[in-house]
Design a protein around this ligand. Structure first.
Ligand SMILES: [Zn+2]
Length: 140
């Protein structure tokens, strides 16, 4: 699941038509298997925290490499511009991956129950226009 998530595909099914919409947006469900990414209240806090960790780790690596390679004559303005630029760009790059990775973690810790899987199947059937019945598909 984590390999699929690292490739920005759905961690559950591996479908390229996952819930990621372009780069910064999200569909409600994976368009391949129907799993809902927003599995519980406050789910977004996980990807945000993951993005902060990835960004801060990357900034630390950038600063260490910059200090080691440019010392002892530091170009403070250049280093500041590099780190500030990275602090703006890196969270945007990490954004979709943090959602797929956090969903992979959430699915590993808290596997979907039968109700969630039935909702996912019903959502895919409805999206394909092949609703054949069942409690969820008929709207009951
Ligand atoms: Zn999927």
């Amino acid at each position: 699941m984590f390999t699929r998530a690292a490739l920005r595909t759905c961690p559950r099914c591996g479908g390229r038509k996952s819930f990621i919409k372009y780069w910064l947006g999200r569909y409600d469900r994976c368009r391949s298997c129907g799993i809902q990414w927003h599995r519980e209240h406050g789910f977004e806090l996980g990807p945000i925290a993951l993005n902060v960790v990835f960004t801060f780790f990357s900034l630390a690596v950038i600063m260490i490499v910059a200090f080691v390679t440019t010392g002892p004559d530091y170009n403070v303005a250049g280093l500041m511009a590099l780190v500030i630029g990275a602090a703006i760009v890196l969270p945007l790059i990490f954004h979709p991956f943090t959602y797929t990775l956090w969903l992979a973690f959430d699915l590993a810790v808290h596997p979907p129950d039968e109700r969630e899987l039935a909702e996912a199947d019903a959502a895919i059937a409805a999206a394909r226009g092949t609703v054949t019945g069942g409690a969820l598909a008929s709207g009951e």
